[in-house]
Design a protein. Structure first.
Lengths: 192, 192
DNA sequence: ACCTGAACACCGTTCAAGT
DNA sequence: ACCTGAACACCGTTCAAGT
């Protein structure tokens, strides 16, 4: 059933890697709206080669995030196994905000990716939501939740904070996080 | 000292108005990144005419917002004179979020405009901040503030919520607002 | 005083032709 | 199987020439 996955041609593999490397550099410098033509040029390939490997911009971003996402989710599941659910949730939120602020424009892609099945980032967004949900459930079990909060609320907050970090001084995003966490948690339970 | 302000030529005034009308329509439909050439085309003028009236995109947005801003600030000062500071702050936050969600992309312009003196939106951002500060001061005097919060925190929150409204279902933004307001205010004081 | 539109320098995306 | 780059359709911005 599955298409026979042959090993790619050596030049194809090299182009793929060079494109990823240049895309990462360009996105870091100029955000996720950086010119695709510029990326191809810097990678030393024709623009058609870029499109051959990545049908659209999100596919490029998705490929770049793949490994980092796995590490992030691993971290989240690790936190879930810990003893202090409030601390786990706080750590998780900060880790994801850090992650989502890697490129200017990434927060917008993530925010759009949860409800858009077509998005190459959809699966990651769903997983972020699930881990957030489980962490919230743990906090609720510990009786440290002030009100009805869902993983979706946490997802929204993380993206909003990442976006804030993209365009305002860093402490603004931190203060927004603290404010919302204070609204979420029982007084006295708040950490970090 | 001031340059003698003559009344503009009739055709110039008409072009100015048509450009504003078409820009408003385009920004509503496609966000603040809508094509300026398209706006000029729809207004029936050459692209150079648009640049003659508005040196850049922000100037166009700023001109469109001018009247609406005045109404918004008037509303804010009116709230300031009211009897219930918590309700006033809540109303203010909702009004600004509504305002900032007029065009997709506007929240980003506002978030960047507070610290950028060059921005045509700078003055409005400063005023928003000031009104927020005064409302916070009133809430503090009433003893309803849970912690140290500034007008800048309110400004950040309003922009983050407006951005959320641009790219996620509306209730997500509302829940983020409620969460952060709950973190700001003493339990029991929260309204709306 | 204002308007026009060509000119320049860029883009995203596709696809026939090559190897 | 993959790569190339011309082709198409678009864009922001400036500025000499017109009225």
């Amino acid at each position: 059933m599955a298409a026979p996955r042959r090993r790619p041609r050596a030049d194809a593999r090299r182009n793929y890697e060079r494109l990823l490397a240049e895309a990462d550099a360009a996105f870091r410098e100029q955000g996720t709206d950086a010119s695709l033509e510029g990326i191809a040029r810097r990678a030393g390939v024709a623009i058609g080669t870029l499109y051959g490997h990545f049908p659209n911009r999100r596919a490029l971003v998705g490929a770049l995030l793949r490994e980092r996402n796995e590490a992030l989710f691993e971290h989240g599941r690790h936190l879930l196994a810990g003893a202090d659910p409030v601390r786990a949730l706080t750590d998780w939120v900060h880790a994801v905000v850090e992650h989502a602020a890697a490129y200017q424009g990434l927060a917008a892609l993530l925010a759009g990716g949860l409800d858009d099945q077509e998005s190459e980032l959809h699966a990651s967004c769903v997983t972020m939501n699930e881990i957030s949900d489980e962490l919230i459930a743990a906090v609720r079990s510990a009786g440290a939740l002030r009100q009805d909060v869902t993983g979706a609320d946490v997802f929204t907050l993380m993206n909003a904070a990442a976006w804030t970090r993209e365009r305002m001084p860093a402490e603004h995003a931190d203060r927004l996080l603290r404010l919302a966490m204070d609204g979420m948690l029982e007084p006295g339970a708040v950490s970090g």
